[in-house]
Design a protein around this ligand. Structure first.
Ligand SMILES: [Zn+2]
Length: 114
């Protein structure tokens, strides 16, 4: 349950910057910086079209997203999330800051395994 209760600087972005067409950099309140690529974020889209809401199963296959995907627009939702419009037209995913932080950490954990 630590993930659900996590709050504070680690999930509060200090700076959100788009880099080029296809990268996003988030610097968090605790000083950690995370770099995301557009295809990585798009493949992790949490919306109801991409993830089955009942089972939690990911419906979107990674190979359905090209590596040339880019970011067309980024908006902040409330004070807790980002939403993107991708170059494939998809724009229904809402990425909470907590989810973004978790994505960043899971990518680094996977890197350690390889
Ligand atoms: Zn989606």
């Amino acid at each position: 349950m630590s993930e659900a209760t996590r709050r504070g600087p680690a999930v509060e972005p200090r700076e959100i910057m788009q880099e080029g067409d296809a990268e996003l950099r988030v610097t968090w309140g605790d000083g950690r910086a995370c770099l995301y690529s557009a295809p990585q974020l798009r493949r992790a889209c949490p919306c109801a079209q991409c993830v089955n809401e009942v089972t939690g199963q990911r419906m979107l296959k990674p190979e359905m997203i090209g590596n040339d995907l880019s970011i067309e627009n980024i908006e902040i939702v409330g004070r807790y999330a980002l939403t993107f419009r991708w170059s494939d037209g998809h724009e229904t995913g809402i990425y909470s800051f907590r989810y973004l932080r978790q994505l960043c950490e899971s990518v680094e954990a996977n890197d350690d395994l390889e």
